[in-house]
Structures are given as structure tokens and as C-alpha cells.
Ligand binder design. Structure first.
Ligand code: COA
Length: 247
């Protein structure tokens, strides 16, 4: 595995790369590229540290559209085109890359995400007050397999300002009616993948993509929101089968 740095508008975006497979993993709120370790090792691809996360530079980013710009540029400057695999906030970004920068998108993988990502007001209010209890609540809601909660409560606690900013960006993301009215639908191969016990982005949100977005649906048993960590073997199986068909 190597770390590469892509220059975009004088900012450096850090990317973990393993094997030359054109799949681009985009992490969710308060996380970084390292959450894709199991996918990079088995499948390969490019895992992006979004601006203000991991080893990427700080940048003025206030919306899903702003993040999508950076992701599209990373794809353009590395593989040219690829499969965009986004988790949670990263899944909203993947949808926006498709809507705004379609030329770089071969296919989409939408993991634990939705066309609208409202956040519980108590989470936004608690994080604004730097409440440790709220950080723990988010970590607790993120995992069905509770052995991960402690470590992630620490990660989220260290990154609580970034987490709040990311969740505020999620809270504003809403393209649900555009799907429902038929204004938008995915015209590239798309699969929505969700843990059956996901509390942050319930299965219903992924079923919506199957009903209105022309997406395939895969529900991962015995997993919460963090499928890539909770059920890496099953997720990798689904990804490998999908990539075989779309690459
Ligand atoms: N896809 C499909 N349906 C969706 C959706 C999505 N992305 N987002 C919301 N909906 C549905 C809801 O299920 C609800 O359906 P219903 O009327 O049949 O029950 C309806 O649209 C209204 O949803 P919303 O405007 O989000 O308001 P809400 O009353 O459902 O409640 C929250 C808002 C924050 C309580 C709720 O969205 C929630 O529990 N979110 C999960 C927790 C969280 O904070 N997640 C973080 C995501 S990053």
C-alpha cells in the first residue's frame, strides 16, 4: 500500500492506494481513508482522505458539492474514470460526483447512505457543546458489533469539530424529491449496500435507491452502519462480484 498526494487548487489531497484497481472509496463523517483497510488489502483501489481529514490539507468545504469537486478531481488526475464507492456522507458525495461530474463515473457503490441525510437534532446540539456523551452516542449508533464502539468513541472525540461540521453538511443534503419525481435516476450501474441493523441510515434509505434510483440492493446481515469494518468479508464479496460486472 502506498500514500499518494494529489494537488488540487494548491491543496494536497492524500490517497491510500493499493493495486491499480479504479475504485475510489470515500469515507463518512469524522472518519478517514484508513477505515477502508480491509477493502484496500483484499480488492485494492484508492481510498481518499477528504479535505480536513486524515493527512489531507485543510480547505474551505461547506457542502456535499464542495467535497464532490475534490473527489472528482482525484479520480480525473489518477485513473481518469472509476467506480465511486461512498459511505454515509461519502455516499452523498458519490451521488453528487455522479450528478455534477458524470464524466469520471463508471459505476456507483452507495454504502449506508441515502438521498436525504437528516441528523438527529440532539446529536448536532450535543456535539456543538462538545459533549462526550453525544460522541459516545454517535459511536454507539454507528456499530451493531459493540466491540468497535470504544475505539471509535475515541476517534470521534479527537475529531469532534470535524464530525460536527460533516454531520451539518449531511443534514443539509437532500435530493430525495428529485429521485421521487423521476427528475434524477442513476444511469450508470449502481448498488446500494446497507447493514440490516443500521441505525444512522436505516435500510429504508437504501431501498429507496432501488425503488426510485434504478439501483441494485444488498442488505448485509448482522451489521450496523460501519459495514466495511463490521462485515468486511461479506462487503468484499459483494464489491468483487459488482466490480467483475462493471469494470
Ligand atoms: N430515504 C428514504 N426515506 C427517507 C430518507 C431517505 N434518505 N430520509 C428520510 N426518509 C423518510 C423518513 O423515513 C420519513 O418517512 P415516514 O414519514 O414514512 O416515516 C420521512 O422521509 C421524513 O423524514 P425526515 O425529514 O428525515 O424527518 P424524520 O421525521 O424522519 O426525522 C431524523 C429526522 C433526524 C429523526 C431522522 O432522519 C433520523 O432518525 N435519522 C437517523 C439518525 C441520524 O442522525 N443519522 C445521521 C445520518 S448521517
Amino acid at each position: 500500500m502506498e500514500r499518494i498526494r494529489v494537488s488540487i487548487d494548491s491543496k494536497k489531497v492524500s490517497v491510500l492506494k493499493a493495486k491499480d484497481v479504479p475504485i475510489f472509496y470515500v469515507h463518512g463523517s469524522g472518519c478517514d481513508a484508513s477505515i477502508w483497510k480491509n477493502q484496500l488489502e483484499e480488492i485494492g483501489g484508492f481510498a481518499i482522505d477528504l479535505p480536513n481529514h486524515g493527512e489531507s490539507d485543510e480547505a474551505e468545504v461547506n457542502s456535499v458539492e464542495d467535497y464532490a469537486f475534490f473527489v472528482a478531481k482525484v479520480v480525473e488526475q489518477t485513473a481518469g474514470r472509476g467506480v465511486i464507492a461512498g459511505h454515509s456522507l461519502g455516499g452523498a458525495i458519490a451521488q453528487m460526483v455522479y450528478l455534477r461530474h458524470r464524466e469520471v463515473v463508471k459505476a456507483l457503490v452507495l454504502i449506508g447512505t441515502g438521498a436525504r441525510l437528516r441528523v438527529l437534532p440532539q446529536i448536532l446540539e450535543g456535539l456543538a457543546k462538545k459533549s462526550e456523551e453525544t460522541v459516545r452516542l454517535v459511536a454507539d449508533m454507528a456499530f451493531h458489533k459493540k466491540e468497535f464502539v470504544e475505539a471509535f468513541a475515541e476517534v470521534f472525540s479527537r475529531n469532534s469539530e470535524v464530525l460536527l461540521k460533516d454531520l451539518s453538511v449531511c443534514d443539509k443534503f437532500d435530493i430525495l424529491e428529485d429521485f421521487r419525481s423521476g427528475k434524477i435516476s442513476f444511469e450508470v450501474p449502481t448498488i446500494a449496500i446497507v447493514g440490516e441493523n443500521d441505525l444512522l441510515t436505516p435500510v429504508k434509505y437504501s431501498k429507496f435507491f432501488a425503488e426510485f434510483g434504478n439501483a441494485e440492493l444488498a442488505i448485509v446481515e448482522n451489521s450496523g452502519h460501519m459495514v466495511m469494518l463490521e462485515s468486511p468479508k461479506k462487503l468484499n464479496e459483494i464489491l468483487k462480484e459488482f466490480l467483475k460486472r462493471v469494470l
